[in-house]
Design a protein around this ligand. Structure first.
Ligand code: NAG
Ligand code: CU
Length: 266
């Protein structure tokens, strides 16, 4: 078989099992950027991408709670550093486009940033400290993932206006909870993209290493969603409340002001 034929057969196989989905593109300042695709691994040369490479995510699979203490939870299974960056202005909103998402897979949508302290193309995953910039859990009858689905499989996230410019990893994630009533039943679908953030801010929010984000016993991780849930506790650390954070796709249940705040003295 030629390389081209091999690629198309493998792509067809990948499409057949592509039940869950992944981020295919990112729009920033009106410019569309192609994300990493698992089939890139069969190309020669492997194309550089804005997204961290996840060749093992060919099945659009997930990371499970029993792996929360493994760095796979950072940017998906055995992720490798992305080689490109999405240029974005602090305070602006970027859109993450998923190819598809199953309607049954309700759950929160979360976004984190981690400062690469220089170069995201070589930074160690264990050195990345993630701070949450956006999280949408449950508003009556409607989950973050439902919003994403209703919004053309797209999620908007606003980059805090006051953070120090530089190179960051954006960790975007859906946690599917359709089986989360069982132990080890939650499904995390993290996706990482490198951002080159410009601006004049100076905030350096505290973050945590990915292996400290979640515990299997968190109330927002082991939870039966097929009941009349009054509250849902979004997992992970509290969101950073700096200027301009908290954006989401149309209609966050607890909208936060998206107006810019003056840089906070720290
Ligand atoms: C829906 O998203 C796709 C990309 O995933 C994009 O090409 C298309 O323009 C979007 N449609 C609308 C109506 O925004
Ligand atoms: Cu599924």
């Amino acid at each position: 078989m030629s390389v081209v034929q091999t690629v198309s057969v493998l792509s067809a196989l990948a499409a057949a099992v592509a039940a869950h989905g992944h981020v295919t593109g990112v729009v920033a300042d009106g410019v569309w950027h192609q994300n990493y695709e698992p089939e890139f691994q069969y190309r020669n040369p492997v194309p550089d991408a804005i997204g961290w490479s996840v060749p093992l995510a060919q099945d659009n699979g997930f990371v499970e709670p029993s792996s929360y203490n493994n760095l796979d939870i950072a940017c998906h299974k055995s992720a490798g550093n992305a080689k490109l960056y999405v240029p974005v202005k602090a305070g602006s909103e970027i859109q993450l486009q998923w190819n598809t998402w199953p309607e049954s897979h309700h759950g929160p949508v979360l976004d984190y940033l981690a400062d690469c302290a220089g170069d995201c193309t070589t930074v160690q995953k264990s050195a990345l400290k993630f701070f949450k910039i956006d999280a949408v859990g449950l508003s009556p009858g409607k989950w973050g993932a439902d919003e994403l689905l209703a919004n053309n499989n797209t999620w908007g996230v606003t980059i805090p206006s006051d953070i120090k410019p530089g190179k960051y990893v954006l960790r975007h994630e859906i946690i599917a909870l359709h089986s989360a009533g069982q132990s080890n039943g939650a499904q995390n679908y993290p996706q990482c993209v490198n951002l080159d953030i410009s601006g004049s801010g100076s905030a350096t929010p505290e973050g945590v290493v990915a292996t400290s984000l979640y515990k299997a016993t968190d109330p927002g991780i082991t939870v039966n969603i097929y009941q009349n849930l009054k509250d849902y506790t979004i997992p992970g650390p509290a969101p950073y409340k700096g200027g301009g954070s908290g954006g989401s796709s149309g209609g966050s249940p607890t909208p936060e002001p998206v107006t810019s705040a003056a840089p906070q003295p720290s």
